[in-house]
Design a protein around this ligand. Sequence first.
Ligand code: BG6
Length: 297
Amino acid sequence: MATTAAAMAATSVVVLDRGNNTTCTINLHGATVVSWRVNNQEQLFVSKLASFDGKKAIRGGIPFVFPQFGPWSFGPQHGFARITRWHLERAPDRLHNGDVEAIFSLMDNEFTRSIWNYQFRITYRLILREKELHFHIGVYNPSKELSFSFNMLLHTYLKVPDVRRCQITGLHGCHFIDKTRENALYQEGREVVTVNEWTDRIYQHTPQEHVITNVVSGRKMRLHKYNFPDTVIWNPWIDRSREMSDFGDDEFPNMLCVEAGNVTSPVILLPGTAFEASQILQIIIEGNVSRKTKRNR
Ligand code: BG6
């Protein structure tokens, strides 16, 4: 790929282009994935009122939550990583199999230390495949003396035609903290979870895989995660949408947040050690087999 890291450093957006109108766009503000198009179909929701002023978190796409999930007495809600400019460590590069990867990084700086006085280094590697987007995260603690603990979460906003028609698998039997009911703890009794009202739940010890039905074009999306024990399900619905200045009042039916993370038990990182986690989003293509079978009848 022609673009160099130096050329891209001047811009705020990095594009991975796999051909066939399959692209992934990352805004260096928060290393926020702001678009993932597969054969020209956008898979992620970004609000029409999202702010790109480099101050607020971008409302939509996949903001990177670190080192805090939720409100924080030391600093901004959901931490500083989503409002800090990241560094492009490796410009988009085509791999031998046609996939395209790029690597982003974030290190402690004056701003982060003024909020949270620890040294850290995060590398965030994204790989765009034909129908998949891979996320590999490493956090390193370079300190010789100090440990730190952190939350981390990929705040994925899926674009959906109608959230009321989506089903989420893999949550049956899991305990969840319901933020809409004063953080009470419940156990999920449904085989598949649906969203028909304001929903803000932290499901704990969830399995490595969820399938979300009825995403773009009525397809299914698989979310596979490693070292992310919690799954947050969020949709603000009508009243909460009105309270957000960067979210349209009528947009809630078109998004569903399914967020993989370490939320309820923070990760503790000892001096000189590293933590790794990853996620894969995969569009499930169905129908070929059954169409063939029908034709052969
Ligand atoms: C979710 C939280 O992850 O993010 C919700 O569970 C929160 O409580 C939502 O409202 C959006 O947060 P923010 O800071 O981007 O408005």
